[in-house]
Design a protein around this ligand. Structure first.
Ligand SMILES: Nc1ncnc2c1ncn2[C@@H]1O[C@H](COP(=O)(O)OP(=O)(O)O)[C@@H](O)[C@H]1O
Ligand SMILES: [Mg+2]
Length: 433
């Protein structure tokens, strides 16, 4: 069966004409004057491949993504090795401008097979933005944490400020204090706050910058380090990709670009800690335009790509039911997430005497099967001191039980202090009120 192809690049008449004269595996169904026309033709279901015969510089990851979402593979012609590498990074196959028509036709067939799942390599990595928001089989989209590649830890929690940012920022600080190279990423597209919490005067929206570079195929380890703000603490330093400065800038955090940012982040850091937003709704429910940027893409893509997900809930009669409902939504949206459940702001004034026991009992009755991994105490003095100083708990309240409990979640046992504030469910059962 012949593959319908659309082309752009009128100056390459030789190539396009050559394809037409093959009368074989590919059929040129439309010659477009520019990329927007090509996109429109593809969205109408006309083609399965697009040949960008000149002007490949205008191809971005999000455009390639949109074409991939409607089942169109992209092949571009270039004689520049640098441009070919950039194109590869955004999921585009390339060929030399002098390529023989028969060879080009084979490349087109390969790229189409690749897109439809018959190939291997990096092209499919960015080809399907919808995958970010479509429930996928357990483990299907999980990145194996290959040796030498950074681990991604995502911190999520339902609406109502359960403490996602506090936990994420302090996890980053504790891991940096352990000597790890850490990149903290603010991917909360509703209420980015990492910069404010760390006292950074940063208005640069580092994550949006990184996404923009990734979209253009220009993000590498060096540029990522450049757009990430360095943060020094007494015990170690790390880097931060700050969040969007206004909630209406969420369109700058597209799933396809974000996946490329995380891919690069894994190369530059041992651990990438991501502070996410609360909302898990798939945008198809919000919009009929499946090509539109997706409101919750940043959170959903972060959760999909994470090796470990912490789900943080607030320890009170509002926070716990929200967490229970939120975990069910998380299970539906990102089945492979397998979150580690953490209850924050634990205090007897909100749940009664022996708060951990009370919470444990309520969880056994109403909660999902997943165990409560840790209870983080409420400590307004410690968190306020940290906020006031624009610092982390390891500086503002180094001996606080809250700081130790967060450290104990992520640090190697040898690094932990003797006093234990994180309880396994078995240990908890032995506790008296
Ligand atoms: N364990 C805690 N004890 C006291 N205050 C806390 C605790 N955890 C978080 N907070 C405070 O609660 C507020 C919301 O926390 P934040 O981390 O910004 O929530 P989220 O990111 O989930 O919206 C902040 O003022 C923070 O300092
Ligand atoms: Mg937050």
């Amino acid at each position: 069966m012949s593959i319908p192809v659309v082309t752009v690049g009128q100056s390459r008449e030789d190539v396009v004409g050559g394809l037409e004269r093959l009368h074989g595996p590919v059929t040129v169904v439309r010659r477009c004057a520019e990329l927007t026309e090509l996109l429109a033709a593809c969205q109408s279901g006309l083609a399965r491949a697009a040949v960008v015969a000149d002007g490949s510089e205008d191809l971005t990851a999000s455009l390639v993504d949109r074409l991939g979402a409607v089942g169109v593979a992209v092949i571009a012609l270039t004689d520049s090795a640098e441009e070919a590498a950039r194109l590869r990074g955004i999921g585009v196959a390339s060929a030399l401008t002098g390529v023989e028509s028969a060879v080009l036709s084979d490349r087109i067939a390969e790229a189409v097979a690749h897109l439809t799942g018959g190939g291997s390599g990096s092209l499919s990595a960015t080809a399907d933005p919808g995958a970010a928001l479509t429930p996928v089989q357990a483990d299907a989209g999980k990145n194996p944490h290959a040796p030498g590649r950074g681990e991604i830890i995502a911190v999520w929690g339902p609406a109502g400020s359960p403490g996602r940012t506090l936990v994420a920022a302090n996890i980053a600080g504790e891991l940096a204090a352990e000597g790890k190279s850490v990149l903290l990423v603010d991917a909360d597209s509703y209420g980015a706050s990492i910069a404010a919490v760390l006292g950074l005067m940063d208005e640069s929206a580092g994550l949006a910058q990184a996404c923009r570079l990734a979209d253009q195929g220009l993000l590498d380890a060096e540029t990522l380090r450049r757009v990430a703000t360095p943060v020094a603490t007494k015990l170690g330093s790390f880097r931060v990709l700050t969040g969007i400065t206004r909630a209406d800038r969420w369109t700058e955090l597209r799933a396809s670009a974000l996946a490329l940012v995380f891919e690069c982040a894994r190369q530059v850091a041992d651990v990438v800690v991501v502070d996410t937003g609360f909302c898990l709704e798939a945008d198809e429910e919000l919009s009929f335009d499946t090509m539109a940027p997706r409101r919750n893409a940043a959170t959903l893509r972060s959760l999909e790509l994470a090796d470990t997900v912490y789900a943080v809930g607030a320890a009170d009669p509002v926070g716990v039911p929200r967490l229970v409902r939120g975990l069910a939504e998380l299970e539906a949206a990102v089945p492979q997430a397998a979150p580690v459940v953490v209850i924050n702001k634990v205090r007897s004034s909100s749940v009664g005497r022996g708060p951990e026991r009370q919470l444990q009992d309520a969880w056994a009755r109403y909660g999902p099967a997943s165990e409560l991994k840790a209870f983080l105490p409420h400590d307004g003095a410690a968190t306020d001191a940290a906020l006031l100083g624009g610092s982390l708990l390891l500086e503002a309240a180094p001996d606080s039980p809250l700081r130790r409990a967060i450290a104990q979640l992520v640090c190697a046992p040898a690094q932990q202090k003797s006093k234990t504030f994180v309880f396994s469910s078995t240990a908890r059962r032995k506790l008296k009120d």
